[in-house]
Design a protein around this ligand. Structure first.
Ligand SMILES: NC(=O)C1=CN([C@@H]2O[C@H](COP(=O)(O)OP(=O)(O)OC[C@H]3O[C@@H](n4cnc5c(N)ncnc54)[C@H](OP(=O)(O)O)[C@@H]3O)[C@@H](O)[C@H]2O)C=CC1
Ligand SMILES: O=C(CO)COP(=O)(O)O
Length: 331
């Protein structure tokens, strides 16, 4: 018997809709919330999220609403809006929440301007809630289709993390639980930036060897950043770190990889916020800024940031990476 019998999902994008279906498959009562009443009405009418997850039926029992009060009545809420909207949505929800309701950040980023990790945003915006994080290698389309997937859910309170894993888990959606909140959220945020680099390499037709080298050295950067900000090494080598890095660097199903691929193929930089959401675009400058503050080197992430900001051309960035002084392979 789960302690979280009703799961709320804030944000009816691709990932929110997939997670709502996963929770329904696990046998939970589910409320799926979008801020736009028209979007809610369309999903109620068609039982499909044509805008973000076309072709996937929304499970029949999922209640779709644009009313925050209905969402707030659930026993645990997955926060599935982009990092840039997480503070606003958490704050709007805060006054309506029962104290002690877990708010599970599912976004993969770091807040620009504040350097806050996603559970820190939730904790500041909704102080009466219990912040938690769900992250790992999981494309929305895979989870929505019921393909086997494993992710990590973390909270400082192990019983909360284990309870959430029990409530959301099913034969096709396996959740490991953890108390290393920081490690889980850093993996998800950093891997998006590194996947842009690997996408660029593929777009440039650099071949599979270059992609493997970039992914591996990218993991060294993710690990360095994580350790500097308090993550546990085993978490960084787990599903939400190495696991999600491998997935996201693996091909065009990833929006971050695809953004890099288009750049590497010679397409111009997209306008910020246009096209499919690629969180790495927004995370790159804050990740690199925080690395500098902690005194750690992240040359691949820094090159991605410089290219996205238009400070470096692709060829200059690539030459800069390839001509770095030789060094011992230590972390
Ligand atoms: N897609 C994936 O495979 C995965 C995504 N993630 C992460 O999940 C997060 C969300 O991604 P995803 O669902 O794919 O993104 P989408 O672009 O598909 O959807 C974003 C959703 O957020 C909502 N939203 C945006 N801004 C606001 C706002 N200010 N207030 C309220 N709602 C808002 C949108 O609302 P509306 O519907 O009303 O337009 C939309 O439902 C990202 O951090 C991503 O990295 C994590 C794992 C997998
Ligand atoms: O986080 C994801 C897979 O775990 C989704 O990656 P993209 O946002 O790059 O599509």
């Amino acid at each position: 018997m789960t302690c979280y019998s009703a799961i709320g999902v804030a944000g009816a994008g691709a990932w929110g809709t997939a997670l709502a279906n996963a929770a329904a498959r696990a046998g939970r009562r589910v409320v799926l919330w979008t801020v736009f009443p028209d979007h809610a009405q369309d999903m109620i009418r068609t039982r499909e999220n044509k805008m973000f997850l076309p072709g996937v039926p929304i499970a029949p029992d999922i209640e779709i609403t644009a009313d925050l009060a209905v969402l707030a009545e659930t026993s645990a809420i997955l926060m599935v809006v982009p990092t840039g909207a997480l503070r606003e949505v958490s704050a709007n929800l805060a006054a309506r929440l029962r104290p002690g309701t877990p708010l599970v950040a599912c976004a993969k980023g770091i807040e620009r301007g504040t350097d806050r990790f996603v559970t820190e945003i939730v904790a500041e915006a909704a102080p009466s809630a219990i912040p938690a994080i769900l992250s790992g290698p999981s494309f929305a389309t895979d989870v929505a289709a019921g393909l086997p997937t494993a992710v990590t859910v973390a909270s400082v309170d192990e019983a909360v993390a284990a309870g959430l894993a029990e409530a959301m888990g099913s034969a096709s959606f396996r959740l490991y639980h953890s108390t290393d909140v920081r490690g889980v959220e850093i993996g998800g945020a950093a891997k998006n930036v590194l996947a842009i680099a690997v996408g660029i390499a593929h777009g440039r037709k650099f071949g599979a060897s270059a992609a493997a080298a970039l992914t591996t050295r990218g993991f060294a950067e993710l690990r360095r950043f994580g350790l500097a900000y308090g993550a546990r090494p085993e978490t960084l080598a787990g599903l939400s770190g190495l696991g999600d890095l491998i997935l996201t660097c693996g091909g065009p199903q990833s929006r971050n990889f695809s953004l890099g691929f288009r750049l590497g193929s010679g397409e111009p930089l997209p306008a910020p916020g246009s096209g499919p959401l690629a969180e790495g675009f927004f995370t790159a400058p804050v990740l690199v800024g925080m690395a500098a503050k902690a005194g750690i080197e992240m040359p691949i992430a820094a090159a991605v940031d410089a290219v996205l900001a238009g400070r470096l051309g692709l060829d200059e960035a690539i030459t800069g990476l390839l001509t770095r002084p030789q060094k011992a392979e230590i972390g």
